[in-house]
Design a protein around this ligand. Sequence first.
Ligand code: ZN
Length: 459
Amino acid sequence: MNAPDPLAPLLRELGPDIVSTDAGLRQRRAGDWSGAPKAVPPAILRPRSTDEVSRCLALCHRLGLAVVPQGGMTGLAGGGNPAPGQIVLSLDRLAGIEELDREAATLTVKAGTPLQVAQEAAQEAGLYLGLDIGSRGSCQIGGNLATNAGGNRVIRYGMARAMVLGLEVVLADGTVITALDKAMKNNTGYDLKQLFIGAEGTLGVITRAVLRLHPLPRSRTTAFLSATGFEAGLRLLRRLQSELGGVSAFEVMWPDFYDYVVGHPDTGVAPLPKGQPFYVLTEYEGNDAAADGGRVEAALAGALEAGDVTDAVIAKTEKEARDFWIVREGLALERLPHLVNYDVSLAIGRIGEFAGRCRDALAKRWPEGLSTFYGHIGDGNLHISASAGAAAGNVEHEMDEIVYGIVGDMAGSISAEHGIGILKRPYLSRSRSPAEIELMRRIKAAFDPKGILNPGKVI
Ligand code: ZN
């Protein structure tokens, strides 16, 4: 006997406008940018309103159908990848800015709105959204919140979670929870919205959000530096923070990363010579366009004099600043054979030691390979892009064991900003205790007793 066809009741009750079986669309919705297992879904639900999301989920709940919510699919952990047979719920048509409140400095957006559209709407009103990640043109606010995205300016504005004042969510059974607060203060019992942020669509589907905005900075100074090592880089960070009152970005690169990336035709000109022990891209946002550049220069001069910084260049144009960022984005890494990416966090003072231990362990096991280290150390967040070499092939599991072994040993986290998804699920217990995981399971069971929302992800 054949299994009952889930498409017939979906099409009958929701109609062909919401339920798409288009082959091309299904193909594009099979998986994200990571190498996590993917599958072409039998159908895509494409609601245009919160009410339609509610109808979709109520029906899937009644039918016991697994639903995988999807945003822009730029994730790196497979959190939006369907397993074979799972229905996809795409938020792409639930998009647009609903309101910009200048007095409250808030932006109310629908979940499918691309991040860049939200950033531009804030900017047009003379305000600023502090969230920024490389995939800004493709990723969506709903996905940014569901994964609690981090990115380039966490050191100044916090992770996605820090920008949320209000949230609307649809629960697994179709119940709509609307809590679109605009005030920073609301101490009325459990802060439920925080449970959905970072839950990767396993507890509910985010449909709208009220985002907190900041004043638009009047100046931005971007500098690229070389330093004598990790400790010198850390002293530089502390110096800039105390002399400038904080920086909006502090990105670091070890020479294995820098020398590979700037030597590659995908990257433009090298801002500084290769072969230095440590590189930093830092950015300062201020409100005094006439004086800020000079203040940054003075702080960097102090670091040069102290011997921590060996060379520094400040971007003279916006184009030059963008070129610095292109180096840091390191797109050339994608060309490494059998590339494996890591996103870990540790106590900031231990990152230098961690990078050294990891590099040595990987080089010892795969002498022909290359491991590159970079990240947002102000947030304690280190990225590793590693290849065991073309000949070694796909050794992801063995590499995971080496890297996560050292992370666990040094009390770090296996995911700083990319989430758990499918890829890191087997390693969750390296960063969370059995009691924490058990509590997560109880929360999941309370919110989604039938287990229809993004099954097989996170826990
Ligand atoms: Zn990152």
